[in-house]
Structure formats: C-alpha cells, structure tokens
Design a binder for this molecule. Structure first.
Ligand SMILES: Cc1cc2nc3c(=O)[nH]c(=O)nc-3n(C[C@H](O)[C@H](O)[C@H](O)COP(=O)(O)OP(=O)(O)OC[C@H]3O[C@@H](n4cnc5c(N)ncnc54)[C@H](O)[C@@H]3O)c2cc1C
Length: 302
C-alpha cells in the first residue's frame, strides 16, 4: 500500500496537518513519538486564538478532541530514516516501514544538552530546562542557571521571585545581548544573582537529587553547592534523520520555501523544525495547515 502523505510528528504543526489531511480525505498516516510535543509543557498560554489562559496540556487535549471527529491512522514511534524509492519515498520508523507519495515533517525541536557528566542522570531530579514549568519546585533554594543568552536571562528573571539565590553561568565573557537592557539591568542589580562569566560547566553532581555543579574558569575547576540547575543553552531541531537528505541551515533547521516545500520535491515541513523565525504554537499550527495544503496540490499534480 502506498500512502498519499505521511505526517511525521504530532505537535501543533503535525496535528493541524492531520486535521487538514483528514478533511481532504487523503490516504495518510501520522508517525509520531508522542501527541502534543513541546506544547504539552507550556505552563500557561494566552496567544492561541479562541482560548483564554490555559495550560499547553489543556490546549493539546482540545486539539485531540477535535481530531476525534475524523479518522486518523497513527503509528507511535520515531522515524529513523527516509529514502527515495522511485517516484515515492520510504519512511523507516520504529513502528514500521511505509511507502508514500509525499511527506510532511513536523518534528519540532528539543532542548540543547550540555553533554557533561551527571546531566542525563539528574534530568528531572533537580535538572530542568524550563524555569516557567519547574521553577516553583525550587522555592527558597539556591539554584544555578546555565546559559547567559535570552533563555537563560528570562529564566533568571523568572526565578528571582522564587529562588533564594541564583548563580548565572555564562561560558563567554559577557551576557547575551538579544534581550531588553531592562532585563539585564534588573538581573545585574539583584543581590540574589551572582553572574559568573567564562564559566564552562563540567559536571552536575548529586545523590538522589542535584547537590552541586562544577565548572572550569580560566583553567581552574570550581564548585557551587546548588539544589537545582536550569540548563538554558538553546534548542536543537529533531532533524538528525534528515541530514544529507534535505537541506538544513547552520542551526540544523529545515530550509523551506513559502509553500513549505523543502529542497526535495514532495517533502514538506512545518513548525519549529523549520527555518521560520517565530516558534509559537499558533504559528506552528498555521504552518502545518499550509504545508498540508501544499502537499495536497503536489499529490494532485502527480
Ligand atoms: C517552556 C516553553 C514555553 C513555551 N511557551 C509558549 C507560549 O507561551 N506560547 C506559544 O505560542 N509557544 C510557546 N512555546 C513554543 C511552542 O511549544 C512551540 O512553538 C510548538 O510546540 C511547536 O510546535 P511543533 O508542532 O512545531 O513542534 P513540537 O510541539 O515540538 O512537536 C514535535 C512532534 O514531533 C515528534 N517527533 C520528534 N522527532 C520525531 C521523530 N524522529 N519521529 C517521529 N516523531 C517525532 C514529537 O514527538 C512531537 O510530537 C513554548 C515552548 C517551551 C519549551
């Protein structure tokens, strides 16, 4: 059996694409590792039209409810590779191998890792990537924020209201400048924050929970006793399986044109995994719809 379309990922972009594909009665399959993607972790969202303040998880439940009215075939698993098979494509996933006329990639992005000892071990045990989600668990604790770029500074600002003390570690000689000077001023003025520049994190230490963080500064190994670590060093698109197959930019984002088509004819992409500037739920959902309609045109032309 050959599908018209395989949608990879079921975050806001993928779910929206599924809705359009179902309404167009395409023969399609959604291959995904989960339902909702990063949107599940948004503590509160008020920028999705039609829905006032709600958690990302609640919004995803609304998306699921909407899809229940349609028949959507899903395969729960990760895609490992894609290859060309004549005019069609072969999608190789944990949950099966499928042939399709076209593909829509909506795999989003994940948090960048430090790649140091203890990081994997203490993930969720004092190590977090989201101050807005997990911050309240660190009330009156001493914490470290790793990363002095936009995400790290915004997290530090958020934690000012919660934590007892914050060490802000930046590996370069100064904090990032893509943030309003008011935010940087507020952080610099706060007696709660110690800014440590030229700090290269080397290890997350703990027992059952994080207890310390080690870093190197000017060749010297130093240690901070902390009850929590927020790693805020940016994001990486989930595009590893596409390397060498579709064109990616220097940030590993999929390069798309205004029809959401990638460098490979018949392969479309939408949402946070692409090179669009705005990484937002409402944008991802709109892009998913747009990409699906472009795929539909492509399928009809075939
Ligand atoms: C802490 C935080 C707060 C945020 N706050 C807001 C906010 O207030 N407002 C807002 O609009 N946006 C916010 N965002 C951004 C928003 O979450 C994203 O823009 C949105 O989720 C992107 O949707 P997406 O569908 O492109 O990707 P995702 O939501 O990341 O979904 C990707 C999907 O692809 C699947 N997948 C990944 N790799 C594979 C693979 N190899 N095979 C199969 N499936 C795969 C995943 O399982 C998932 O289902 C926030 C993000 C974070 C992290």
């Amino acid at each position: 059996m050959v599908y018209d379309l395989i949608i990879i990922g079921a975050g806001p972009a993928g779910i929206s694409a599924c809705l359009y594909a179902a309404r167009q009665k395409l023969k399609f399959l959604c291959v995904t590792k989960d339902i909702g993607g990063l949107a599940n972790f948004i503590p509160e969202i008020d920028t999705y039209l039609g829905y006032h303040y709600m958690s990302g998880y609640e919004l995803v439940s609304k998306f699921r409810d909407h899809l229940r009215d349609y028949s959507v075939q899903a395969c729960m698993g990760g895609v490992k590779s894609i290859k060309k098979q004549g005019k069609n494509f072969l999608v190789n996933a944990d949950c099966g191998r499928y042939e399709t006329k076209s593909i829509l990639i909506a795999t989003g992005r994940g948090f960048k890792k430090l790649g140091v000892k203890g990081e994997a071990e203490f993930e969720g045990k004092g190590l977090s990537h989201c101050a807005a989600c997990d911050g309240p668990m660190f009330k009156d604790k001493v914490v470290a924020v790793v990363g002095g770029g936009k995400s790290g500074l915004l997290s530090t600002l958020f934690l000012l209201k919660i934590a007892k003390k914050i060490y802000l570690l930046e590996k370069n000689s100064k904090l990032g400048d893509h943030v309003s000077p008011d935010i940087i001023d507020a952080i610099k003025k706060s007696k709660k924050v110690d800014i440590i520049t030229n700090a290269d994190t080397t290890e997350i230490v703990g027992n059952k929970f994080v207890t310390a963080l080690s870093y190197k500064q000017n060749g010297k190994l130093k240690n901070l006793n902390v009850g929590g670590v927020f790693v805020e060093i940016g994001y990486v698109p989930h595009n590893d399986f596409l390397k060498g197959f579709v064109k990616l930019n220097a940030r590993s984002e999929i390069i798309i044109d205004k029809e959401n088509e990638t460098s490979v004819r018949g392969i479309f992409a939408a949402g946070d995994c692409t090179d669009i500037q705005e990484k937002q739920v409402i944008v991802a959902a709109g892009e998913g719809a747009k990409a699906c309609l472009s795929a539909l045109t492509y399928i009809m032309e075939q």
